[in-house]
Write a protein that binds this ligand. Structure first.
Ligand SMILES: [Zn+2]
Length: 213
């Protein structure tokens, strides 16, 4: 814990001076351009990854970067799904973000848990029920041609990407008939290479391609 406190002091007395004007401007208002939904994984730093300053990204993080199916408008449960839903609703309808990014990543523990058999995660009941949000992506990839010929590492990458595709489709359900719809992008961050792939339309096909100049 002391290492973190030391970090707070370095921020307060060293780093902060470089951002003083920005933080003063942000002290009583925020106008983030983007709702950034990503995994809770410690190796992802949304601001570092997008080279953006505080105030730019409204970040929603959870293990597996899942977006639960929107609940019925009259549902009254207070589940994690409700909290995810509230975050997305706030970003879209109140903050009126222009963009929504859903960013998965390599070596994702939630994707590994999804691939593992139920017994290996039975000591993690909360994880077990949360990762069900990605189950349809697993069904999709298992039905794809060539799936069984992929190495375990490639299967994990394909599942993480299919999971992002699933969440991109789900987030559009939250947009409904909202007039000014944000742009939605699906990303995959390769931790070892520092590279981001984006799910894009090329010709008549939806493909994954690295973000390049
Ligand atoms: Zn992850």
């Amino acid at each position: 814990m002391n290492a973190l406190r030391q970090g707070v002091l370095r921020f307060r007395y060293r780093t902060y001076s470089g951002y003083k004007e920005l933080f003063e401007k942000l002290s009583n208002t925020q106008k983030p351009s983007t709702l950034f939904i990503t995994c809770a994984d410690s190796r992802i730093d949304p601001n570092l990854l997008t080279d953006s300053v505080p105030g730019t990204l409204f970040v929603d993080r959870n293990a597996g970067n899942f977006i639960p199916e929107p609940r019925h408008p009259n549902a009254t449960d207070s589940s994690v799904s409700a909290s995810e839903e509230a975050t997305i609703e706030f970003a879209i309808k109140y903050l009126k973000v222009a963009n929504i990014v859903i960013c998965g990543h390599s070596d994702c523990g939630a994707m590994k848990a999804l691939m593992a058999d139920a017994e290996s995660i039975e000591h993690l009941p909360a994880v077990g029920s949360w990762i069900e949000n990605g189950r349809p992506a697993l069904h999709t990839v298992r039905a794809e041609k060539g799936w069984s010929a992929l190495t375990p590492a490639k299967q994990l990458e394909r599942l993480a990407k299919a999971n992002v595709e699933l969440q991109v489709a789900r987030v559009s359900k939250y947009l409904g008939n909202y007039k000014k719809k944000p742009q939605v992008a699906g990303w995959y961050f390769n931790i070892g290479h520092g590279e981001v792939h984006e799910f894009i339309r090329r010709g008549k096909k939806d493909i994954w391609a690295p973000i390049e100049f």
